[in-house]
Design a protein around this ligand. Sequence first.
Ligand SMILES: [Zn+2]
Length: 169
Amino acid sequence: MVLKIVKYPERVLELPGEPVTEFDDDLRKLVADMFETTYASQGIGLAAPQVGVSKRVTVIDLSMGKDPAKRLVLVNPEVTFTQGKQYEEEGCLSFPDIREKVVRAAKIRIRAQDEYGKWFEMDGEELLARAFQHEIDHLDGILFIFRMSALKRSLSLRKIRKMQKEGTW
Ligand SMILES: [Zn+2]
């Protein structure tokens, strides 16, 4: 089922997600729906708060649905190591039409549970490192506009206000 993606400034986007304690069919249904929603929106990742669920769950698929082996489910993820810096353009499904450069770590190691509760560790660099950081930020209520420079943030907020006024947001 394709879920409705909430847009900024919906309150749930700025709340830290609750840790997941039940690894049940409801969780797996949420994960399946989140993948379907990501693909329907042509995104590469989605966090549960973006579909109005304040839980520490995120899905990532850099292949955008083309390769099932690329599907990543991160439940209760934690960053355990970061290295270097990268400065690349990012977008967010909760900010349609906003794309800006954001500083992120170049390499990152995460630890997370899958949808069955099994812990795993994974390294990411380049786009995957950015996706990890962007999605884990969502679970802490941190949005990518807060990672932009003050100038880019105010330009983005102005663009959003203009779209809200025109009814295109
Ligand atoms: Zn996002």
